[in-house]
Design a protein around this ligand. Structure first.
Ligand code: GDP
Length: 367
């Protein structure tokens, strides 16, 4: 469910399909319904539920993914009516985060977010999932499919109290890990190394640009969320000044609030930067919407007042009319291609230009 036009809904659905594929699903069919508001009982209208049931039967689908956040009862009702697993956008995004978390802190943050999502849905999920998966245990992986990885089936059999207990433990652990990171950051600040954060919508090309700028060899995947844990690299300006470049969490529309909450400490890292390089995908059908979504998240962690350098990437593949339109819209943006290297010198110069100037060192010369 989205407030916008049918075209917005189609864009959002295409993104949802890409997300589902990132999570390892094969997408069979999309269904859009125009409504003024979601049905309180079944999310989509009652008649549409029958259509959905028919599509499930004819395609042999084993999962329905809804583009929105379903209430626990909507989820339960839809599962009962369609007889297959129902997953919402939030669960899907949490699932992808779970697959991609690498660092200890990242893993703890995702588990916290998943448990917070799970807690109010405990009964509904318990009934359906344990029946369908036969309680195949934690980390369902290939057999389980979307939405069941992470703190899933076996934990469902434990009571709420234990989950709450785990949540508070995770909170404590994350807090401690955060202290370590803050100490490291304080050291960097003391050494007055300027920090540049690369932010942007997921798949905009942040990792690719980081590679180009630093020869870092960061993993680049044509998958949403390849980057989850921030990667920091050292870069040297043409005048020899050293600065750090960090890749940040990829942003998507309707980033679940549990994720924003759990990743707050990682996202707050952005707020400590001296400059935000905001990468925009020039080939996306609605780059302005992506920019808005990123700005929303940045505002949530008070990183919206930092100097920002807008960078339109993938100019090698973008169409000329779009590029012209974006140039008019954002006259100060830098247009680059991480693939061909076009605009990279200009980008480096623009970054260096905006770095804080080092304090002038004064030395007394004693004769
Ligand atoms: P991130 O999620 O923002 O870190 O994005 P990645 O750097 O992982 O890139 C996402 C996808 O876009 C990958 O398939 C890249 O190969 C592709 N990509 C990145 N930069 C460019 C570019 O300049 N041109 C084109 N055509 N594709 C690019």
């Amino acid at each position: 469910w989205t407030e916008g036009t049918i075209a917005d809904a189609e864009n959002s659905l295409a993104e949802l399909a890409a997300l589902a594929e990132t999570a390892g699903s094969q997408v069979l069919e999309g269904l859009i319904q125009r409504r003024t508001r979601p049905d309180p009982a079944t999310y989509i209208g009652r008649g549409k539920v029958d259509d959905l049931g028919a599509v499930v039967l004819s395609t042999g689908a084993d999962t329905v993914i809804c583009d929105g956040e379903l209430s626990p009862s909507q989820l339960r009702n839809l599962e009962q009516r369609t007889k297959v697993k129902v997953v919402d956008r939030t669960a899907l995004i949490l699932d992808i985060f779970a697959q991609h978390a690498k660092s200890k802190e990242g893993k703890a943050q995702v588990e916290l977010a998943q448990l917070q999502y799970l807690l109010p849905r405990l009964r509904g999920w318990g009934e359906t999932l344990s029946r369908q998966t036969g309680g195949s245990g934690r980390g369902g992986g290939a057999g389980g499919g979307v939405g069941v990885r992470g703190p899933g089936e076996t934990k469902l059999e434990t009571d709420r109290r234990r989950i709450r207990h785990r949540i508070s433990r995770l909170r404590r652990e994350i807090k401690n890990m955060r202290t370590v990171r803050v100490t490291k950051r304080a050291r960097r600040t003391r050494n007055s190394v300027p920090a540049v954060a690369i932010a942007g919508y997921t798949n905009a090309g942040k990792s690719s640009l980081l590679n180009r700028l630093t020869d870092a060899g960061v993993l680049v995947e044509n998958a949403l969320f390849a980057t989850l844990d921030p990667t920091t690299r050292k870069a040297t300006a043409s005048d020899g000044r050293v600065y750090t470049l960090s890749d940040t969490v990829g942003f998507v529309r309707h980033l679940p609030h549990q994720i924003v909450e759990a990743f707050r400490s990682t996202l707050e890292e952005v707020a400590e930067a001296d400059l935000v390089v905001h990468v925009v995908d020039g080939t996306h059908p609605d780059p302005e919407e992506q920019v808005r979504a990123v700005h929303e998240v940045l505002a949530e962690v008070s990183a919206d007042r930092l100097p920002e350098l807008l960078v339109v990437n993938k100019t090698d593949a973008a169409d000329e009319d779009t590029l012209l339109r974006l140039k008019r819209l954002w006259p100060d943006a830098i247009f680059v291609s991480a693939y061909s290297g076009r605009g990279m010198d200009e980008l480096r110069a623009a970054i260096e230009d905006r770095l804080p100037q080092p304090a002038v060192e004064v030395r007394a010369v004693v004769p």
